[in-house]
Design a protein around this ligand. Structure first.
Ligand code: NAD
Length: 438
């Protein structure tokens, strides 16, 4: 099927700005990281290395569409840093995917892995196209051809993709299968760790599906304990109801939280009595958007950001929380399920208002943590129990949460700066011990 032949499942939200109008994401990311680099007085040479990715791979590849015509696609893989381990990061399928976005997302992965002491580096990639406009067979051919075009630029000991916006378990299984077929039959069962976020049947880990949402929930539970805050009955709003947002919603509801507002690319809805996240998930799996859900009223994006709530979880795309949204927001706590959802100027406003911000590289790391567990299971040909995976995840999230909390108190800085600073210090130590080749 061609792109023209299909209708998108939902209309775009009316007020969101196009990503290309939102400023250069990589520059914004570098501004955030530079603040931490100054705090830790990072070695000049290490900073020089970290300011650009090691590799920026661009591939243009042809795919035959269902109507027999050829369409050309642009794919990316940015490999930011691998001093601590193989490059690691998601594959985004989105019409506005671009190199600067990939560079920012790849850099964030480097610091996220370092913060959580996961032996991975940082990478990110994807394809510039709208996956909702393609049939399943087209998506399969696009993914397989992209994987083939990347060739040995990915690999279980080199660069390990995972799902991100617009891609999912099925995408990862196609990638793994394509890679395994290309490496040759004697090695095909040794390379399942080339990607993570696979279905459990095809070598994925129990618990990976809900991992990022679970990590968000664990941070909120810890914050509530530290601040004597009762989660039971507290109002939560969530932007983005895909993998991260929908699992965060369901897990927070189990803790007694009431989801009063949700938004996605199709629009925004609210119900002060609460929105059942399980029913909403069922609706989204059929309708493709929250906007047409009957159990809540349609509202505008501006109304969504002004809803009465205690907690806001951005779980859509980057740079959704600007100055206007920060001023309108009534939440006491912002928990960044998405990568880079907050403009630095908006964060300043939130912090001035006394709002706590749990930054992305701390709270949305459940995905990469369980991806690491999946990779370990693949390497060792093991299968860990669901409960075992979730327990390990909780332990690691909770430990890092408290480490960041203590670091921020000790150095009198915000949590984002503390999180980057901890990651930077580890990377700096590693560079100092290993040195630079030759
Ligand atoms: P997803 O594709 O499953 O869901 C994305 C959600 O965002 C959808 O509900 C979509 O409708 C919504 N959205 C898209 N454009 C929007 C817009 N303009 N306005 C409002 N909503 C919009 O993606 P995901 O995997 O849930 O990822 C969401 C975010 O979390 C991304 O920033 C991603 O990088 C980050 N993240 C994901 C994982 C993971 O394990 N999936 C891990 C860490 C971070």
């Amino acid at each position: 099927m061609t792109q023209d032949a299909k209708a998108s499942p939902a209309k775009p939200a009316e007020t969101t700005t196009s990503l290309k109008d939102r400023g250069n994401l990589f520059e914004i990311a570098m501004r955030q990281i530079e603040k931490a680099a100054k705090l830790v007085k990072l070695d000049r040479d290490v900073w020089e290395i970290l300011q650009q990715p090691k590799n920026e791979i661009l591939v243009n590849f042809p795919v035959r569409m269902d109507d027999g015509k050829i369409q050309l696609f642009k794919g990316y893989r940015v490999q930011h840093n691998n001093i601590m381990g193989p490059y690691k990061g998601g594959m985004r399928y989105h019409p506005e995917a671009n190199l600067d976005e990939m560079k920012a997302l790849a850099a964030w992965m480097t610091y996220k892995s370092a913060l959580h002491e996961i032996p991975f580096g940082g990478g990110k990639g994807g394809i510039k196209f709208d996956p909702t406009k393609h049939s399943k067979s087209e998506l399969e051919r696009i993914t397989r051809r992209f994987t083939h075009a990347l060739g040995t630029n990915i690999g279980p000991s080199w660069d390990i993709p995972a799902p991100d916006v617009g891609s999912n378990e099925q995408t990862m299984v196609w990638m793994m299968d394509t890679y395994a077929n290309v490496v040759g039959s004697s090695e095909r069962h040794m390379v399942s760790g080339v990607v993570t976020g696979k279905s459990v049947t095809a070598g994925g880990s129990y618990g990976r599906r809900e991992a990022t949402g679970a990590g968000v929930m664990h941070c909120i539970v810890q914050w509530a304990k530290d601040n004597n805050f009762n989660l039971d009955g507290c109002h939560v709003i969530i932007q983005g109801f895909g993998n991260v947002g929908s699992f965060a919603a369901r897990l927070l509801a189990q803790k007694g939280a009431v989801i009063v507002g949700v938004g996605d690319h199709g629009g925004y809805i609210a119900n002060p009595e609460g929105i059942n996240p399980h029913k909403l998930s069922e609706h989204v799996s059929k309708a493709g958007t929250v906007a047409t859900y009957k159990g809540a009223a349609k509202i505008t994006r501006d109304e969504f950001f002004a809803l009465d709530c205690a907690i806001f979880v951005p779980a859509a795309l980057e740079l959704e929380l600007g100055v206007k949204e920060a001023k309108a927001l009534k939440a006491q706590l912002v928990v960044e399920g998405a990568n880079g959802p907050t403009y630095p100027e908006a964060e300043d406003i939130l912090l001035e208002k006394g709002v706590s911000v749990i930054p992305d590289i701390l709270c949305n790391s459940g995905g990469v943590i369980v991806s690491y567990y999946e990779w370990l299971q693949n390497k060792r040909s093991e299968r860990w129990d669901h409960a075992d995976v979730l327990e390990r995840l909780e332990t690691r999230m909770t430990r890092t949460y408290h480490d960041v909390s203590q670091y921020a108190t000790k150095h009198k800085c915000d949590w984002r700066t503390a999180s980057y600073a901890m990651g930077l210090e580890r990377i700096e130590r590693c560079y100092k011990e290993r040195g630079i080749f030759p």
